[in-house]
Design a binder for this molecule. Structure first.
Ligand SMILES: Cc1ncc(COP(=O)(O)O)c(C=O)c1O
Length: 481
């Protein structure tokens, strides 16, 4: 194990040998591209290689990829680590396929990412929803509600389980307590937004410290890796063979070596500089938090607040702000006017993400922009009716309607499109997801009620964006025949 970056070293070594590329990819290390593409990307195109001698095989790793994954497992203190070049999405799919049994229950949260729902279609499992706590003041889901879980424990106990924690806003639910109560035979935590937790004691505790089978990290969200990269960490030993098999099925047979190289470099870099880098990021984030507190028109989500709502803590590098006068969409637009691009605009809030990539030199600019945003917020409240409706829809989306078929059964049924006006009582065959907040109002297999029909109509009147339906206007929706 002498190379600290085995894959990067192998790529370097390969390039130094000067082979002429009579193999895929067709661009031949950058020779065959438009002049514009060449100009913009030339320095990396020569490294866009494939599984060549000496570069190992992601599907049967025995050389530099295996070595790199072993080093990553050490950095994250995992039993085994698998690299994904198809995001956390494929990690979640593989974990759900490894842990779920077709036709059986899979306990998930309604506020799960869409990859969890597509995981239900792949596995053929039936969703059983954990209750969560919605913060109606802030207009988002805080996380799973331990108290309510315990009140109905038999519904969730001893079943395959997927916990989504933390949220986009960096709010952490007491996952350890949930796991202890449920005693699940198979458990995965979608920790996509918490891949950095391992590197600092002032960040929330990673699920890697808990008794679960897998923790999925969307590495590209907060760590120094390229978009589309992720890691699946196995904590227990139980399902390692299964997940390895499913990752093999689901991942492309032509993984990008640029993506793999970024994962390899990250394991080494995080192992050596993780703590000091995140020290700096926390200092910067805390400085920004102090600054925002004294801006008159912006409100900051505070750790004491989320703890007061039964949550276990807040990732301080997630900066969630709102204004009492404008909604999240307008706040996002004001930020963009000041050249700040936010991670997301929710019903009422926006989320800003700080990582070690935000440097001290840029802080004055960010503060100045935030000050201008605060000053530009209008004095009149203009959005109250719309906000109330969106909040009502959020509450409704989190109380799933009756599940008649599991999502896979509904997806594979004979289906037809009917007008939304006539859909009451029908079984949905597609997702209906208002965005924000991106939580499905309807999942395939659920019964469409009058209330859902009305909520969709009201939101359409407000020109809210929807995802999931084949007809983008949602005049027609797909139902099971
Ligand atoms: C909670 C959560 N899980 C999973 C994913 C999927 O991650 P990826 O885009 O890496 O596939 C996301 C993406 O936004 C997410 O927010």
């Amino acid at each position: 194990m002498k190379n600290k970056t085995p894959l990067l070293d192998a790529l370097d070594c390969y390039l130094n040998k000067g082979y002429y590329p009579l193999h895929t990819p067709g661009h031949k290390q950058g020779r065959y591209f438009s002049p514009r593409m060449k100009e913009m990307f030339q320095s990396v195109l020569s490294m866009d290689l494939t599984e060549l001698p000496g570069l190992d095989d992601l599907h049967q790793p025995a050389g530099v990829i295996a070595h790199s994954q072993q080093r990553a497992a050490k950095v994250f203190n995992a039993n085994r680590t698998f690299y994904s070049v198809q995001g956390a999405t494929v990690g979640i799919h593989a974990a759900m396929m490894a842990l779920g049994t077709p036709g059986e229950d899979f306990v998930i949260s309604r506020h799960s990412h869409r990859s969890v729902y597509s995981g239900l279609i792949l596995t053929g499992c039936k969703p059983v929803y954990l209750p969560q706590r919605i913060d109606e003041y802030w207009g988002f889901v805080l996380g799973n509600d331990v108290k309510r879980i315990k009140e109905d424990i038999l519904k969730y106990q001893q079943k395959a389980l997927l916990i989504t924690n933390p949220t986009y806003e960096g709010v952490n639910a007491p996952t350890d307590k949930i796991l202890a109560s449920l005693d699940s035979p198979a458990a995965v935590v979608d920790e996509s937004h918490g891949a950095h937790y391992t590197f600092h004691s002032q960040l929330p505790v990673s699920a890697l410290n808990y008794d679960v089978d897998f923790v999925v990290h969307g590495s590209h969200k907060t760590l120094p890796t390229l978009t589309q990269t992720a890691m699946v960490h196995a904590v227990r030993e139980n399902y390692i063979r299964q997940i390895s098999g499913f990752l093999d099925i689901l991942q492309t047979s032509s993984p990008s070596y640029l993506l793999l190289a970024s994962l390899d470099s990250a394991q080494e870099y995080l192992g050596s500089c993780g703590k000091s880098d995140w020290d700096g990021a926390l200092e910067i984030a805390n400085g920004l938090r102090r600054y925002i507190r004294q801006l008159p028109e912006l409100e900051l989500l505070e750790e004491e607040y989320v703890k007061g709502q039964g949550m276990s803590g807040l990732d301080k590098t997630r900066i969630t702000v709102s204004s009492s006068k404008i909604d999240g969409g307008m706040l996002g637009r004001l930020m963009r006017k000041e050249k700040l691009q936010v991670e997301l605009s929710g019903i009422k809030h926006v989320v800003l993400i700080v990582t070690p990539g935000v440097t001290k030199k840029e802080i004055a600019l960010i503060k100045g922009a935030l000050k201008n945003v605060s000053s530009a917020i209008p004095k009149e409240i203009s959005y109250e009716a719309m906000l109330k409706l969106k909040l009502r829809t959020l509450v409704q989306a989190l109380q799933p309607p009756e599940v008649i078929l599991n999502p896979r059964q509904a997806t594979y049924s004979n289906t037809k499109q009917i007008s939304l006006a006539h859909a009451e009582g029908a079984i949905a065959a597609e997702f209906i997801i208002p965005y924000p907040p991106g939580i499905p109002l309807v999942v395939p297999g659920e019964k469409i009620t009058y209330e859902i029909q009305k909520a969709i109509k009201d939101l359409l009147d407000l020109k809210i964006h929807f995802q999931g339906t084949f007809d983008p206007s949602i005049e027609k929706i797909l139902i099971v025949e």
